[in-house]
Design a protein. Structure first.
Length: 211
């Protein structure tokens, strides 16, 4: 299993991008990415997507190697043909999880990771592979506006993450974590957690915030 879970990709820490390339284990020019987003009207004018493409450019992954998948249809087996990385983008975590289930991408991601593919998550994309997504709302960053009842995640990571962590949120996260049976890893925008097999490693400077 190969997971890279981040708050903001390597926008604020280029070292995370280098670790991503090591995790995939291929030349940047050969890496093909399946980029999962919720439906947006003006795809290539979205400022967050444009920022992410700049991040890919920084590590020399060609734009033509990136395939968009908007979560508005069933995923097909051929969609993931010759793909090296499934990359789930950021946004509202509750909406992402609902759409991932409805499109069948949940099963596809599990099979892909089990077969050796790399999974990359940013914010919501990191939350959805945890045992539950409940930690997405701890800091009031995400709201369950769609009334999603089942908060069970894909359970690929054996811990919870909380993204975009800042020191001012420590007491809130600590209190919530005490009521949870899972280990909680709080990631700043300069940190990420790598899961390779049964090992997990937190990368990026600063205090390692594990609850």
């Amino acid at each position: 299993m190969k997971l890279l879970l981040t708050s903001s990709g390597w926008w604020k820490n280029p070292q995370i991008g280098k670790e991503f390339l090591k995790l995939v284990g291929k030349k940047p020019s050969e890496i093909r990415i399946f980029l999962v987003i919720t439906p947006v009207k003006y795809l290539k004018r979205n400022k967050y997507i444009l920022r992410q493409f700049r991040q890919f450019k920084e590590i020399r992954i060609p734009e033509q190697n990136i395939i968009f998948f908007q979560l508005d249809r069933k995923v097909k087996k051929d969609d993931l043909k010759n793909i090296d990385v499934i990359f789930v983008f950021g946004g509202n975590t509750f909406d992402y999880l609902k759409r991932i289930r409805e499109t069948g991408l949940d099963k596809a991601i599990k099979a892909f990771v089990k077969s050796g593919g790399t999974y990359l998550g940013i914010s919501a994309g990191s939350y959805v592979v945890c045992p539950t997504i409940e930690s997405a709302s701890w800091k009031h960053a995400d709201r369950n506006t769609i009334g999603l009842k089942n908060l069970k995640g894909l359970n690929l990571a054996p811990f919870l993450v909380t993204a975009h962590f800042k020191e001012k949120w420590r007491a809130v996260v600590e209190k919530a974590a005490q009521k949870n049976k899972h280990e909680v890893i709080a990631l700043t925008d300069k940190q990420a957690v790598i899961v390779r097999g049964n090992r997990r490693t937190i990368i990026g400077g600063g205090r390692k915030n594990i609850f």
